[in-house]
Ligand binder design. Structure first.
Ligand code: BGC
Length: 481
């Protein structure tokens, strides 16, 4: 059993050692010019960052007015805040990242949380197959978890479950909603427009599993709640992982489209910001992004997500490398069969390459030669690969900063002490992502932002947050107060 898993931890300053393009010994002027062109294409200037932030804020306003806008600005039915005194035992099911997780959460009050969890891998075929089979699999995982942890239910009682379903769902209550679209490589047939809670509850009922889905939660909303349990000044929950998105606390009076409880003051909004700029008017998309987008299971959707999130960064990098190879500007024009396959350049490799500080770029060589089977690489090859990785990674962090700055400016929370909880493998493992985000925020707000805003890793926030939401939903049948 692990305890307090989501406490904000200090993120070590990542040892990102940058390639200085001026120090590369280019093999030709053509290579040098190609590298410079990539630098120009992938760099987000301070002016562009601010323009994107402004455009993003306009998108927020539109989404708060009516449904169906690019930024969906979904009302989560989570109203008000937590203070850490909440107690109880709950189950959470977290679906939407690389793994499915079942978590049992025990809240002891005073901000204390203990959890037990099991991860299950979701087969790629299930993600794009029949929806019923996918939800049956979820129910089986929960059943196995109950067995494994000997969680016994007596009589007619049911276990309350918080369901973190991290896809755009238009919520109609705390545990009802309809799927707007699939993202992140999921595309199970016949689900769009349907209620994921009904599917899951049905799968439990058919197997006589004594579990009731008490709350439907986006992972960003869960992250916000989980972070707030420890840090009451939390204003935002963000996911930077396989996908990306943010949730923040909005004044009900600003949500023009809200037709519900008029007495409530605040509501957590699941922004679905990965969908930003569907119109392609402001984001500096390159041909490498477009190529990846066209081959994805959801072309033309989730444009910002595809420039930021872990699922896509490796593939964008691969596309840039292939282009240089095809022009005989890298690896003397040779390609390894491994790199020739889509999605083989994992974002995890990028983290290792970013952190490679050795003069010969030893870790980079290992990935290229041992993992991706390139016969031999020169220092020049490795320097260029590292530079490309840095460009793609930094652009992702600066675009994240533009989005976060938009939220901070919209709410005005940059002016006072506020916390942001971020969960997700990209934020946790990618060197300097946090530093680059802070630098971007400083470009927008000036040095004061470093004093006022704390960014903390809200590890496992989505699971714990779902349990918190289930707890609160059980207390107040439709709203969290
Ligand atoms: C989904 C969001 C989710 C984000 C992070 C996106 O693809 O649409 O609902 O919050 O990924 O998991």
């Amino acid at each position: 059993m692990s305890s307090t898993p989501i406490a904000s931890k200090v993120i070590p300053k990542a040892s990102r050692v940058k390639i200085d393009p001026a120090q590369i010994e280019y093999t030709s002027d053509k290579q040098k010019n190609a590298v410079q062109a990539l630098i120009d294409e992938f760099t987000i200037s301070p002016e562009l960052l601010k323009d994107i932030k402004n455009n993003f804020m306009e998108g927020m306003q539109k989404g708060l007015k009516k449904d169906g806008e690019t930024l969906a600005m979904i009302t989560s039915y989570v109203m008000g805040r937590l203070d850490g005194s909440e107690v109880g035992s709950y189950l959470a099911l977290d679906v939407g990242g690389t793994n499915l997780r079942v978590v049992s959460v025990h809240l002891t009050g005073g901000g204390e949380i203990s959890t037990r969890q099991t991860k299950y891998r979701i087969d790629e075929k299930l993600k794009v197959g029949d929806a019923k089979a996918l939800f049956d699999f979820m129910a089986v995982c929960v059943d196995n978890f109950l067995d494994e942890h000997q969680i016994v239910v007596r009589g007619d009682t049911q276990i309350e479950l918080g369901f973190t379903f991290s896809f755009p769902v238009l919520q109609t209550s705390i545990n009802r909603g309809t799927l707007i679209s699939w993202t992140k490589g999921f595309n199970a047939a016949g689900m769009v427009g349907k209620d994921p809670v009904a599917y899951l509850q049905d799968a439990f009922n058919r197997r006589h599993i004594p579990v009731r889905v008490a709350a439907l939660v986006n992972d960003t909303v869960g992250t916000l709640l989980a972070h707030a349990y420890h840090h009451p000044d939390t204003v935002m929950g963000v996911i930077l992982g396989t996908g990306c998105n943010g949730a923040y606390i909005e004044q009900i009076s600003n949500i023009e489209k809200w037709k519900g409880d008029a007495a409530a003051k605040e509501m957590v909004i699941n922004m679905e910001f990965g969908a930003f700029d569907k119109e392609r008017t402001i984001l500096p998309l390159t041909m490498f992004d477009n190529k990846m987008d066209r081959k994805s299971v959801n072309p033309n959707k989730q444009i910002l997500e595809k420039m930021i999130a872990g699922m896509y960064l490796g593939e964008i990098t691969r596309n840039v490398l292939l282009n240089l190879i095809d022009r005989r500007l890298l690896f003397e024009g040779h390609i390894s069969p491994d790199l020739n396959q889509m999605w083989t350049f994992e974002t995890a490799y990028m983290s290792t390459i970013e952190a490679d500080a050795s003069p010969t770029l030893h870790a980079t060589r290992k990935i290229l030669e041992s993992t991706l089977s390139f016969p031999a690489t020169s220092l020049n090859d490795r320097q260029i690969v590292k530079l490309v990785v840095e460009l793609v990674g930094k652009r992702a962090a600066r675009l994240s900063a533009a989005a976060l700055a938009g939220i901070l400016e919209h709410t005005g929370s940059w002016k006072q002490k506020s916390a942001i909880g971020i969960d997700g493998s990209l934020f946790e493992y990618y060197p300097s992502f946090d530093t680059d985000i802070m630098d971007g925020l400083e470009e927008v707000f000036g040095p004061v932002v470093r004093k006022n805003i704390s960014i903390g890793l809200a590890q496992d926030g989505s699971g714990v947050g779902a349990a918190l939401c289930a707890l609160l939903a059980a207390k107040h049948s439709t709203s969290v107060v």
